[in-house]
Design a protein around this ligand. Structure first.
Ligand SMILES: *Cc1c(COP(=O)(O)O)cnc(C)c1O
Length: 404
């Protein structure tokens, strides 16, 4: 194995520099831990940004992928494949939706939602309904359609013109109401804004949006890319809100690290994209489907969805204690299940803290400028959460001492 500095030197010469990765190269993982090429251990409390739901190198996920690789990888969408049909059925059972369309990422799942909304009304003879209503600081992905609904100016800048979308403040129901004119095709929302700073939707917000969409004859779409597949302590974020979306987007945790995305829809919009109108070469591939089936099977049999709720409560309490102890550096803790954020005081940038945490052997991410995000694997233990919180306490504690 090369050293970290050898491996990063080649990366700096050959990789397109649209990212700014850490100065070490990860080589293997186990559960909630990863190891770099020099053998150094890191506690992974970000899980590849809410992706590695069952942790690293889970033996049952690895075996399912290997077995399927020895059986059938890919056949195209000219044919059914058995793991894919079973996955569609399983996802519908867990979500209460009726049908699944498969793709390879979150942005593609959002792209499918946007095309579904437009084409639904085109098919109904209402082609003027093209506009979407979305929220400030929403993150929905990077392709042009998904970017048009993403509500963070720095991601959008320089890529216009983007599709007709109006962004309004998250949780501002009156602002949504003002936008619901007859050209609106759909409202799109995250149950907890992830990249936007780990901001849970207030109680009643999703139900109010559903009502506004119904009154205006528009669709109601939910982005479950970060919140779905058990992360919030329930299978999908919208569950428990009493509302039923017309369609949802799923990805990230679904494949446990294998790329797969899905759009799940209710029967009433099942005809919006008839054959020939939308598709994906790799989407619904047998290997990706087998991986997702294994992830769901592991989450169910190991009780990891209920675990995300109880461990999330534990983590939230630990973070609330940090806020009480270090009021000069952190101001609030918020989130649901195993998607939790620690809000830092104005002027402290999370991205400056991440390298300090890495030096202490803990991997975390920023959600916006000021929120330190915890999105650990659902197999994380309470001891590992303690270890992560202690590392954060260490870094924030020295910051607090330097500020006085
Ligand atoms: C990550 C994310 C996306 C985009 O998913 P990709 O797989 O990166 O394309 C979309 N929506 C939400 C809420 C996300 O967190």
């Amino acid at each position: 194995m090369p050293s970290n500095s050898e491996a990063t030197a080649l990366a700096k010469r050959r990789l397109y520099e649209n990212y700014k990765p850490a100065p070490f190269v990860l080589a293997r993982g186990l559960g909630s831990q990863v190891f770099d090429v020099e053998g150094r251990r890191y506690l992974d409390l970000m899980a590849g940004v809410a992706v590695n739901a069952v942790g690293h190198a889970h033996p049952r996920l690895a075996k399912a992928i290997a077995d399927q690789a020895h059986t059938l990888l890919h056949v195209s969408n000219y044919f059914y494949n058995e793991p894919n049909v079973r996955l569609a059925d399983t996802l519908c059972r867990l979500s209460g939706m009726d049908r699944a369309f498969f793709c390879n990422s979150g942005t593609e799942a959002i792209e499918a939602l946007v095309k579904l909304a437009r084409h639904h009304f085109y098919g109904l003879g209402e082609p003027q309904r093209t506009r979407l209503v979305a929220f400030d600081h929403a993150f929905h992905g990077r392709t042009l359609g998904a970017l048009s609904v993403t509500g963070t100016p720095k991601y959008r800048e320089g890529f216009g013109p983007l599709g007709p979308v109006t962004h309004v403040p998250f949780a501002d129901i009156e602002a949504v109401q003002r936008e619901m004119t007859p050209d609106v095709a759909a409202i799109l929302v995250e149950p907890v804004q992830g990249e936007g700073g780990v901001v849970p939707a207030p109680i009643g917000f999703l139900a109010a949006l559903r009502d506004l969409a119904d009154q205006a004859g528009a669709l109601f779409l939910i982005d479950e890319v970060q919140t779905g597949v058990g992360r919030l302590g329930r299978w999908f974020g919208f569950q428990g809100s009493g509302v039923e979306p017309d369609a949802i987007a799923v990805a990230k945790g679904l494949g446990g690290g294998f790329p797969i995305g899905a759009m799940l829809v209710k029967e009433r919009v099942a005809g919006a994209l008839p054959p020939g109108t939308h598709g994906s070469t790799f989407g619904g591939n047998a290997l990706a489907s087998a991986a997702a089936l294994a992830v769901i099977d592991i989450l169910e049999s190991e009780g990891l969805v209920e675990g995300a709720r109880s461990k999330g409560q534990y983590l939230a309490a630990r973070l609330a204690t940090l806020v009480a102890e270090l009021p000069d550096v952190c101001v609030a803790a918020r989130g649901e299940g195993l998607l939790q954020g620690l809000v830092l005081r104005e002027g402290i940038l999370v991205r400056d803290l991440l390298p300090l945490l890495q030096e202490r052997g803990v991997l975390l991410t920023a959600a916006g400028d000021r929120v330190l995000r915890f999105s650990p694997p659902l197999v994380v233990t309470l001891a590992e959460l303690d270890e992560g919180v202690e590392a954060v306490r260490g870094v924030l504690g020295s910051l607090a001492r330097n500020r006085v």
